[in-house]
Design a binder for this molecule. Structure first.
Ligand code: T4K
Length: 363
C-alpha cells in the first residue's frame, strides 16, 4: 500500500495552536520581542527546573550554541578532538572558530567517539575534546571525565540530540565543562529554531552571557569580543507551550521504536543503548550492505516514505573541510545506516506498514 500523504523522517512536535496562541498573548501585551526578554528568562528557568541543571543560556540555534561553547572556554589556539559521525555543525563550529578539528573514530555499537582511541590522539597541540551523544545515546561520560582530568583538557558535549536524557542521576547537560542543545524544529524539544548553552560554573555562565550579547558585561561595558546569539521571545513562547508536553511525546516515540524493533527483528542492526538513558529522537537501523540500504530507500520512496541517511557521508569523507583523516569504522557505518520516520504524531499502524515494506525490500 502506498501512503496517500508523504511520510517524512520527522515532523515538528507542536503543542496545540491554542496553547501557543495563549503564550503569544503575553509577548504581544509586553511589546517585547527580544534582548533577553521575560519569556526567554522564563523558559531558561523552567528548563533548569525540569532538567535539574544550572540555568541554560538560550540562543538562536544549536550551531551557534557550539560556537559560544568553544569561545566561552577561552582556549589557546590548537586542535580539538572530535567525532566523524555527526552533523557537520559539530566540526564546522570548530573550524569556524579557528581551531583544527582532529577526528577520532567511533565505537561501532554506540556510534559515539571511541574513548579507547582518544588518548593516542592527544598531542601537545590538543586543547579540548568535543564529543557528541549521537542519536541521544550518552557518550562514556565517566571515562571522558577521567581523560579530561588526567590531561587537563576541557570537554564540550554537543548534546543536540539528547534532550531530557540522564546519566548516573545527572542531566546529560550537566556533564563536561560545557554542553550544548539544539531546539531545532526536528528535535525532541523544539522552539522552531533555537539552542541552549549549559555551563558548569557561574564564571563560564558570565562569559557565555556576555558573548551572546555582543560582548557586553552586566554594566553594559564591552568586555570581550561577542556576537548576537539571543533567542527571540516568539521562539521562547513556542518552547514554553511545548515544554510541559515533552514526556508524553518521548513515551510515544519509545512505543514506536519498540514496534519497529519487534517487526524488523534480527533482519537489521540497531544502535546499542540503555532504554532508560535515551530519548528516542531517531530510529537508526543498520543494513548489511549499502546496496541493501539503497534497495530499501528506493522501495520506501516508491511508497511515499522518506527516511534519511543520517549521517552520510562520514565527516572524514568531507575532504573539502577535513582532508586526510580516514575513519574506517565511521565510514562503514555511514554507508549502511538509515534513520526511519519517527515522531509523536506518527500512527503505530504506519510504523507497522513501513517495517513490513522494509522486510519486503530485503526479501
Ligand atoms: N549538532 C548535531 C549533532 C546536530 O545533529 C545538529 C543539527 C546540530 C549540532 C546543529 O543544530 P541546529 O543549528 O540545527 O539547531 C536537520 C536539522 O536542520 C538539524 O537541526 C539536525 N541537526 C540535522 C540532523 O537534521 P535536515 O537538513 O536533514 O532537515 P530537513 O529540513 O531536511 O528536515 C527533515 C524533515 O523534517 C523534512 O523532510 C520534513 C520535516 N520537517 C522539517 C522542518 C524544518 C518538517 O516537517 N517541518 C519543518 O519545519 O537537517
Amino acid at each position: 500500500m502506498k501512503f496517500a500523504d508523504p511520510i517524512y523522517i520527522t515532523r515538528p512536535f507542536m503543542a496545540p495552536l491554542e496553547t501557543f496562541s495563549e503564550t503569544l498573548v503575553s509577548v504581544w501585551d509586553s511589546q517585547w520581542f527580544t534582548n533577553n526578554g521575560p519569556r526567554v528568562r522564563e523558559l531558561e528557568k523552567k528548563l533548569a527546573t525540569k532538567l535539574n541543571t544550572n540555568p541554560p543560556l538560550l540562543v538562536t540555534n544549536g550551531t551557534v550554541a557550539l560556537h559560544l561553547a568553544i569561545r566561552t572556554l577561552e582556549l589557546q589556539q590548537g586542535t580539538i578532538l572530535t567525532t566523524p559521525f555527526t552533523w557537520i555543525a559539530t566540526s564546522s563550529s570548530i573550524l569556524w572558530e579557528g581551531y583544527t578539528a582532529k577526528l577520532v573514530d567511533i565505537d561501532p555499537n554506540t556510534f559515539n567517539i571511541d574513548v579507547s582511541k582518544i588518548e593516542d590522539s592527544i598531542t601537545e597541540d590538543t586543547v579540548a575534546i568535543m564529543a557528541v551523544h549521537v542519536f541521544s545515546n550518552p557518550c562514556d561520560v565517566i571515562a571522558l571525565e577521567r581523560i579530561s582530568k588526567q590531561y587537563n583538557l576541557p570537554i564540550i558535549y554537543d548534546a543536540a540530540h539528547a534532550f531530557g536524557v540522564r546519566v548516573a542521576g545527572k542531566s546529560i547537560f550537566s556533564w563536561g565543562d560545557i554542553s550544548t542543545a539544539s531546539f531545532h524544529a526536528t528535535k525532541v524539544f523544539n522552539t522552531a529554531e533555537g539552542g541552549g548553552v549549559f555551563c558548569s560554573t557561574p564564571e563560564r555562565y558570565e562569559v557565555a552571557y556576555s558573548i551572546r550579547d555582543f560582548g557586553f558585561d552586566r554594566e553594559r561595558n564591552i568586555e570581550r569580543l561577542g556576537t548576537n546569539a539571543k533567542m527571540s521571545e516568539i521562539h521562547a513562547a513556542l518552547g514554553l507551550a511545548n515544554l510541559p508536553l515533552i514526556e508524553g511525546a518521548v513515551e510515544k516515540r519509545r512505543t514506536l521504536t519498540e514496534t519497529y524493533r519487534t517487526i524488523l527483528g534480527e533482519r537489521v542492526g540497531f544502535q546499542q543503548y540503555d532504554p532508560d538513558a535515551y530519548n528516542y529522537a531517531y530510529m537508526p537501523v543498520i543494513f548489511k550492505t549499502e546496496s541493501e540500504l539503497l534497495r530499501v530507500v528506493e522501495h520506501l520512496n516508491a511508497h511515499n516514505v522518506f527516511p534519511r541517511r543520517y549521517f552520510h557521508p562520514s565527516l572524514s569523507e568531507m575532504t573539502v573541510l577535513l582532508p586526510d583523516q580516514p575513519c574506517p569504522v565511521a565510514e562503514d557505518l555511514a554507508s549502511r545506516i538509515l534513520c526511519l520516520p519517527l515522531y509523536p504524531t506518527l500512527e503505530i499502524e504506519a510504523v507497522e506498514q513501513i517495517a513490513k515494506l522494509i522486510l519486503q525490500a530485503l526479501a
